[in-house]
Design a protein around this ligand. Structure first.
Ligand code: MN
Length: 199
């Protein structure tokens, strides 16, 4: 059985009197309908993308330095980060200096997903799949569509995963949404717009 998801690590890193990020609550029951995914663009110490999948009432999260690619030949490094609250899926704003993850955040892509993870022909729930080190999903986003696989390559302190696009109709070697579609799917704003408005 996977460990019970918890927001303890998420909360311990943050001071909610200073950061506009949601404190969040762990929902006992999953939300209705298909589970959600979100990709945040986060201009912190270094720019990266946070890939998040709803599972067990939280958002399972990975930081992807180069962002998702639609080219199945690209193997994008993905470092696991702490579970985030479901409310975080809608978060955009500026995390103040001195706070964990200080910098500007926007919702780069969002939508629903289907879990395709199987083991010996049997479906594996996402939280369990994360523990086992392999997750396969079908994304229905605005920029990202189709199958993606997340696979753990290294365990331990510097745990590392790879995020790879599967070969299907959503694959595209030429379209590079990270470059061509930098704006928020929630507000249409760029990182610069959000940073400017927060001033
Ligand atoms: Mn981040």
């Amino acid at each position: 059985m996977p460990a019970k998801p918890s927001l303890d690590r998420y909360r311990a890193k943050r001071d909610f009197r200073r950061t506009p990020e949601p404190r969040g609550s762990r929902r006992r029951r999953p939300t209705k309908g298909e589970p959600r995914f979100v990709v945040h663009k986060h201009d912190a110490t270094s720019l990266h993308y946070d890939f998040r999948l709803e599972a067990d009432g939280v958002l399972k999260s990975w930081a992807v330095p180069k962002g998702p690619s639609l080219n199945p030949a690209d193997k994008q490094l993905a470092m696991p980060t702490e579970d985030h609250p479901l409310d975080y899926a809608d978060f955009e704003g500026v995390i103040p200096e001195g706070q964990y993850g200080a910098g500007t955040v926007l919702v780069w892509d969002a939508g629903t997903y289907r879990n395709l993870t199987e083991r010996n022909g049997e479906p594996v729930p996402v939280a369990e799949a994360v523990e086992q080190g392999h997750v396969s999903v079908w994304l229905e986003g605005e920029k990202l569509r189709g199958g993606f696989a997340l696979t753990r390559m290294r365990r331990g302190k510097n745990e590392a995963w790879l995020l790879v696009k599967k070969q299907d109709e959503g694959a595209d070697r030429r379209r590079k949404p990270v470059r061509s579609q930098p704006e928020s799917v929630r507000s249409g704003r760029t990182l610069e717009d959000i940073a400017e408005e927060a001033r």
